[in-house]
Design a protein around this ligand. Structure first.
Ligand code: ATP
Ligand code: MG
Length: 647
């Protein structure tokens, strides 16, 4: 189905920091002279002592080294807090919107400085030193950001564990990187329900399962009852009660670790991705400013969770490094009603909204109800991240949420890339629904075939990056070999993303999904993302996931999982209609063999569809589903198994 191209609106161009007159020249410079380019843009953050070296990187087999600005010193927390005090001390740094729509709060940069410094001193009191690991298992409350920044302030390495994870998932991560202190809350609150965070930590630590942990700090959020171990547990408010209000930020080397973050685990066991300080801060702040075209007085809202890289780079480090007002939302986009996102936008006059396709599709399933309780007139730029956004969902987001006024930046990136890599810029890029469009500055994407040969022109291939960029992950915690193996062994001297993509005649990139998800049906290569997009175009389908399964004749057959729009009656006629729809709209080769209706799809806690589980169910091999610890709702899997069609 043909979708329109949306030209850069004149007003977006007029205000933009980068526009379609200067993007190309700036991009050229960034890849032809990375040293010069990053020497200049490295100045956007504050250094205690300047760097002289810019880039020292190698993707060579057996010698993968990534260093940026390596002899400079700085502190990430200083960049996010202290350096704004003189000019923006009274400006709101954080708007906190509670799960309960009647509750919110505003924290100025001065207050942020006060809270972070005291908590940093509290951590020191517990014996936390530069280089020690601190786990943060928190709901979406300002204390989560305070804890991250406090770690950065004293040079401790944080690892944020998403507040929806189970005790086992906590224990795995805590043990993998030898955490000394866990920071948590009594309970979390989302969608009117509570999660027992402290009890989950207790469970994870029971019977000496996590021997490295010395203390657990507990913030009061709901004031719910918790067990208490006096020798180990410390209340947040007690910890900061009599500490000094000043805490000198530690002088960190550019390549000192800032944080470890475990990937969401869509494809297997989570990996402890390590980011360091200098390059990451340059990348997070620059992408935040240019991709969202952020200006000083904007109110900016990234609706992700701090437990994901998106929350690290685009709720905390990027926006705060830029002195922005960043909104932290405790709740769910559909609570108490489907209009919540728009209501929050109106309440706080949000200008920039960044969310995920999973949330967009959930709202789209309810028609236009999501837009009926708000005007959203403050919105100027919309963003999407996490999965390919189907053109249909893109159009809905553009028209219904953005009222056809706001450019959408569909941002492709990964935990490992630290920040946005392929993306439109609101004032510079004409938009094609479903395409992440073009590379950000300094990013050299390429498409290669199975043998690693670079493909030219309009073509499909494996998405690789040819040279390092400042925000790149440096290693996997304690396992540099796995780092090399995972990202640099498939294709010599290239970073392999694991994703496939198509480049069109205009040089635009279209992410087709994980390479593992590409189907080979009777010798034809089919991207699952493409079939899914056609399915979601059907007026009665809100969400779709497509996987292959072994087929005697075709090699692979096509198994389709679909969710119906609210109020749709599922019938044999509808199933037939959907099958014909795919034949007609895409190709007879893509005709589904099985169409499995389901109200829900198995998703990771970050809302990504877990296709590897769907593949197993489609293949009728559901005995060993692998690591399911990052699944949001395991019961979805049971009902899919029960109703499987390929028996
Ligand atoms: P794991 O690596 O453990 O399997 P994960 O890859 O889901 O987990 P993340 O780093 O959170 O963990 O997700 C990055 C992936 O998300 C990308 O590799 C890509 O597949 C997908 N993705 C993110 N943004 C986009 C986008 N705008 N368009 C298409 N895909 C995207
Ligand atoms: Mg990944």
């Amino acid at each position: 189905m043909q979708h329109e191209t949306y030209k850069v609106p004149a007003d977006a161009k007029a205000r933009a920091l980068v526009n379609n007159d200067n993007y190309l020249a700036m991009y050229e410079q960034s890849v032809k002279d990375p040293d010069g380019f990053w020497r200049e843009h490295g100045q956007r953050i504050s250094w205690f002592s300047p760097f002289s070296k810019v880039k020292e990187t190698s993707f060579a087999p057996g010698d993968v080294r990534i260093k940026w600005f390596e002899d400079g010193t700085l502190n990430a927390c200083y960049n996010c807090v202290d350096r704004h005090l003189a000019e923006r001390g009274d400006k709101t740094a954080i708007i906190w919107e509670g799960d309960d729509p009647s509750v919110s709060d505003e924290i100025s940069y001065k207050q942020l400085h006060h809270e972070v410094s005291r908590f940093a001193n509290g951590l020191k009191k517990l014996g936390v030193k530069k280089g020690d690991r601190v786990a943060i298992y928190m709901p979406m409350v300002p204390e989560a950001a305070y804890a991250m920044l406090a770690c950065a302030r004293i040079g401790a390495v944080h690892t944020v564990i998403f507040g929806g994870f189970s005790p086992n998932a906590i224990a795995d991560r805590v043990n993998d990187c030898g955490v000394k202190v866990v920071v948590t809350a009594d309970e979390g609150r989302r969608g009117g329900k509570t999660t027992p965070l402290k009890a989950n930590v207790d469970e994870a630590l029971r019977n000496g399962r996590c021997p490295s942990v010395e203390h657990v700090v507990v913030a009061k959020v709901t004031h719910g009852e918790t067990e208490w171990d006096d020798s180990r547990d410390v209340a947040w408010d007690q910890l900061v009660k009599d500490v000094p209000a000043e805490c000198q930020p530690e002088v960190m080397n550019a390549e000192d670790p800032l944080f470890i973050l475990y990937t969401s685990g869509s494809t297997g066991k989570p990996k402890g991705v390590l980011h360091t300080t200098g390059g990451y801060m340059v990348w997070a702040s620059m992408t935040h400013e240019l991709v969202f075209d952020y200006h000083e007085d904007d109110v900016y809202w990234c609706a992700a969770d701090v437990g994901w890289i998106t929350g690290h780079s685009y709720i905390v480090y990027g926006p705060l490094a830029n002195g922005a007002t960043t909104l932290i939302f405790e709740g769910l986009p559909t609570y108490p009603g489907v209009g919540r996102i728009g209501e929050v936008v109106d309440k706080h006059s949000v200008n920039i909204l960044y969310t995920a396709p999973t949330a967009i599709r959930a709202l789209m399933a309810k028609g236009t109800a999501a837009a009926e309780t708000s005007t959203r007139k403050s919105l100027r730029t919309l963003g999407s991240v996490g999965e390919p956004i189907n053109p249909e969902a893109w159009e809905w987001y553009y028209k219904v949420i953005g009222e056809s006024r706001c450019p959408i930046v569909d941002t492709w990136w990964q935990t490992e890339t630290g920040g946005i890599m392929i993306t439109p810029l609101p004032g510079a890029t004409d938009l094609k629904p479903g395409s992440a469009t073009r590379p950000f500055f300094g990013v050299q994407p390429a498409l290669v075939d199975a043998d690693g040969n670079e493909l030219e022109g309009a073509v499909d291939g494996n998405l690789v990056i040819k040279d390092s960029w400042p925000g790149q992950a440096r290693t996997l915690w304690g396992d540099h070999e796995r780092f090399e193996q995972t990202y640099f062994s498939a294709y010599k001297n290239l970073y392999f993303s694991g994703d496939g993509a198509r480049r069109d005649e205009d040089g635009y990139f279209w992410i087709t999904g994980r390479v593992d998800d590409v189907l080979n049906v009777s010798g034809h290569r089919l991207g699952t993302a493409e079939i899914e997009s056609v399915l979601v175009e059907h007026p009665k389908i809100s969400e779709a996931a497509v996987v292959g399964y072994p087929h005697d004749v075709k090699g692979q057959g096509i198994y389709v999982y679909v969710s119906a729009m609210a109020g749709t009656e599922v019938s044999d006629e509808l199933t037939k209609e959907v099958r014909d729809w795919v034949r007609k709209e895409l190709s007879p080769i893509a005709t589904p063999d099985f169409i499995h209706w389901t109200p829900d799809l198995p998703k990771t806690r970050s809302g990504k569809i877990m296709r590897r589980i769907l593949r197993k169910i489609a293949a009728n091999e559901f005995e060993n589903l692998g690591d399911t610890s990052t699944l949001a709702d395991p019961s979805v899997v049971d009902s899919l198994i029960e109703n499987r069609l390929n028996k």
